[in-house]
Design a protein around this ligand. Structure first.
Ligand code: HEM
Length: 425
């Protein structure tokens, strides 16, 4: 509500609400309404879209106080109380995650990561495959190894379990509608089975680790968690489960976009290959070209392209008042391509990241979110993506079968249906 008039921000009034127009062309809908109503517009009586970087920054920074982060797109108000009650547990899990997901722990697993990447590529046999399936698997190995890989046991059973759990959830989340929660649809049954399978796979690894003699330092993130949570198994299980899921789809999507861009821009692929060759060791840090390439991929194709917050307490944002239970949505994709904040935003220019100057206006680059709920895997993801993209450019020839796939942003922005082959060179 606005402070003076008691009204909501202006916005479109579709014949049957705006869902239909939004579902038909999600990004087009946001851009059209931004042009017509500005950076703050109403989507419905309870949802507002905010596309100004400074306001999005406030939304992030004030999360856990006036705004709550667990929100599914335009969901009903009824979920609100339940969501709020999960915050203390999630925050406790986050604090533990930070201790493990740091630069030195990440560096230790780099060698295993490159091996796993090569194995996944080898499995494709140079045949044409669904690129996103392959890259999600590579990302799955990376995150599973980071958490569990220190004891030398194969992490493939965990990756398979994450795959089943995430895919089953994704199908339901990608749907534009929500069915009543009591309805046991086949999709819901699959999702529950997937969740159960993942629980069992994690429990198996945790039990096996408890039987191993301790080592001097933590072998991986699981050791960190076991050391700090000897008591309640749920305190180990829940954050690991969250990280496995979060570390699967988004980095998988980013890797797939990166593979596509490498194939579409051979001059960048060549530069990355030369950089990798000059370093020799495929895990050596210091790959500024590969890192800039990844940053540019995350700018143009942010996997978390649309996010939101629930209003948790009466709040003011951008001169408008919001009440508990309302939703405020934002789009990193739209901000990352706004010419007010970026020079030549529609061009793929990894070189914009060269040099000490920031290539964007303040708060206009948010692929990992910001504030107290910023992605806890962001450093791990940057390391994982940089090494994998460098490896891809160095050792594989990528052929795209259908480079001009349409942009269909779902819960995650991924190149749906992109087919490619990866032949070793
Ligand atoms: C390209 C890769 C990735 C992208 C683009 C990405 C993006 C994001 C974004 C946008 C958020 C929400 C931040 C917010 O609401 O302010 C998030 C949360 C999260 N991410 Fe990532 N992420 C990536 C990789 C990873 C990896 C590898 C892990 C595994 C360690 C991970 C673990 C998490 C967790 C656990 C959360 C929830 C944090 C919380 O709610 O407190 N992410 N991520």
């Amino acid at each position: 509500m606005s402070e003076d008039s008691g009204s909501r921000p202006p916005g479109p009034h579709g014949l049957f609400g705006n869902q239909r127009a939004y579902q038909r062309d999600r990004i087009g809908f946001l851009l059209r309404n931004q042009r017509e109503y500005g950076d703050v517009f109403s989507f419905s009586d309870v949802s507002t879209v905010v596309l100004d970087p400074a306001l999005i920054q406030q939304l992030h920074a004030r999360t856990n106080a006036e705004f709550a982060s667990e929100v599914s797109m335009f969901s009903d108000k009824g979920r609100f109380e339940r969501l709020l009650s999960t915050i203390p547990t999630t925050m406790a899990a986050r604090r533990k995650g930070w201790r493990g997901v740091n630069r030195s722990a990440s560096a230790r697993h780099a060698a295993r990561l490159v091996d796993a990447f090569d194995r996944v590529m080898k499995e494709t046999g140079g045949r044409e495959v669904d690129a996103n399936d392959v890259m999600m698997r590579a990302a799955g190995f990376a995150v599973a190894d980071f958490i569990f890989g220190g004891d030398g046991r194969d992490v493939a059973p965990i990756v398979d379990a994450v795959d089943r759990a995430v895919r089953a959830t994704q199908v339901l989340m990608d749907r534009p509608y929500r069915l009543p929660s009591w309805l046991a649809t086949p999709g819901r049954v699959r999702m529950r089975r997937g969740a159960q399978g993942l629980r069992e796979a994690i429990a198996d690894r945790v039990a096996a680790r408890r039987d191993l003699p301790p080592e001097d330092g933590p072998r991986d993130l699981l050791d960190v968690f076991l050391e700090s949570s000897p008591g309640d198994p749920e305190h180990v299980h829940m954050p690991l489960n969250l990280m496995l899921r979060a570390g699967y789809g988004a980095p998988g999507a980013a890797l797939t976009w990166a593979a596509r861009q490498l194939a579409l821009y051979p001059e960048h692929a060549r530069a990355l290959r030369e950089e990798a060759e000059s370093l020799g060791d495929p895990t050596a840090p210091g790959r500024p070209l590969a890192e800039a390439f990844v940053k540019e991929v995350l700018r143009m194709y942010p996997p978390s392209w649309f996010g939101g917050r629930e209003v948790a307490a009466p709040a003011e944002l951008g001169g408008w008042r919001f009440e508990p239970g309302e939703q405020i949505m934002f789009s990193p994709y739209v901000v990352h391509r706004d010419p007010r904040w970026w020079d030549r935003p529609e061009e793929f220019l990894p070189e914009r990241w060269d040099g000490p100057e920031s290539p964007h206006a303040r708060h206009a680059y948010i692929p990992f979110g910001a504030g107290p709920r910023i992605c806890i895997g962001n450093q791990l993801a940057m390391m994982e993506l940089t090494l994998s993209v460098s490896r891809l450019a160095h050792r594989y020839a990528i052929e795209l079968a259908n480079p001009d796939i349409p942009m269909v942003p779902q819960t995650i922005l991924r190149p749906l249906g992109l087919r490619a082959s990866f032949a070793p060179v």
